[in-house]
Design a protein around this ligand. Structure first.
Ligand code: AMP
Ligand code: MG
Length: 306
């Protein structure tokens, strides 16, 4: 199963146009993509359908990844960004569940270490890029440097001479330019980049935080800092709005995926990733005709052993 062009177009932020996060739904896409048509549109029925669709995408992804690995010509970078509790970890766990671990890596970006902070903001990302044949998922990314750092400019490394003051607008514009150039460079060197923002509502974040606090087995997932960041909700929304608008490009588009329903979110992400690999139109490498005789001889040798 594939996501239709209509759904993909709806989710993708058209390069050069605004993200319009406030107009985009956090619950469902407008285009009906579930193999629904079943009439029953209750949450539980949609959940079941999304679950089945996800299983299909997981299977497709397994095949697509094998093609990527076998051809060895392209790399795939998936950038996952979202506010806390939007479902990044669960998405990675479920969407990548069929993928051969040999060709896949997940890299989580935390607060920069002293060594990382002593380099330019793209340095640690550059070192973590997938090699050809691989899929790498960034669980957060260099985008934090125009998101959390924009909301809290005092977290900029000291070398910027920053003592808690806001940076001028052109400082951030230069970062967007640098990100666009960096991603263009990667694209030209056969790294395909898919950026996904999990778009969560404020109410749903509250419910998920409460879920974590109410369940002794989930309490570890909550940190009091999460509540502090929630207090900056509007600043984060505007930081995301501007970052996505400025950096959705033909070579590295952003997809905004409604995140209030985990099962639908995961299936949509699965569909987006499958589509990204399909676009590469990869084939298993053809064996050089000059090798045919040698391979046939190898086969005869093996057969004669029995
Ligand atoms: P988590 O993903 O919940 O493990 O949290 C990682 C934390 O690291 C988040 O609060 C991010 O905002 C923060 N973080 C990631 N990258 C940066 C960065 N470049 N500068 C400051 N904080 C960051
Ligand atoms: Mg967290």
């Amino acid at each position: 199963m594939k996501l239709t062009k209509k759904v993909l177009d709806e989710l993708r932020v058209e390069p050069g146009s605004s993200a319009h996060l406030e107009r985009r739904g956090t619950a469902h896409t407008q285009t009906d993509w579930l193999r629904a048509g079943t009439g029953d549109q209750s949450d539980s029925s949609r959940k079941l359908l999304a679950h089945e669709d996800l299983a299909q995408f997981v299977g497709e992804l397994e095949v697509a990844q094998e093609r990527l690995w076998a051809s060895g010509t392209h790399a795939l970078l998936i950038v996952l960004q979202a506010l806390d509790a939007a479902g990044k970890d669960g998405t990675i766990k479920h969407v990548m569940s069929g993928v051969n671990p040999q060709g896949c890596r997940v890299v989580a970006f935390k607060q920069p270490s002293p060594v990382e902070a002593a380099h330019d903001f793209l340095w640690r990302a550059s070192a973590a890029m997938p090699s050809h044949g691989e899929i790498t998922i960034f669980n957060r990314s260099y985008y934090e440097d125009v998101l959390v750092v924009r909301v809290h400019p005092e977290r900029l490394p000291q070398r910027h001479g920053n003592a808690g003051a806001s940076e001028p607008q052109h400082f951030w514009e230069h970062r967007f330019e640098d990100i666009n150039a960096f991603e263009h460079h990667l694209h030209r060197n056969n790294t395909r980049i898919v950026k996904i923002f999990l778009h969560l509502s404020r109410d749903e974040q509250r419910r998920r935080f409460l879920d974590r606090l109410d369940d002794p087995d989930k309490r570890w997932k909550f940190s009091t800092g999460d509540l502090v960041e929630r207090g900056f909700w509007d600043s984060y929304q505007s930081a995301y709005e501007e970052a996505i608008t400025q950096t959705s490009t033909p070579w590295a588009p952003w997809y905004v995926v409604p995140a209030d329903h985990k099962y639908e979110l995961r299936a949509l992400v699965g569909g987006i990733v499958v589509d990204a690999i399909d676009q590469l139109d990869l084939r298993a490498p053809a064996v050089d005709p000059s090798q045919t005789d040698a391979l046939d001889a190898a086969r005869r040798t093996l057969m004669s052993e029995s």
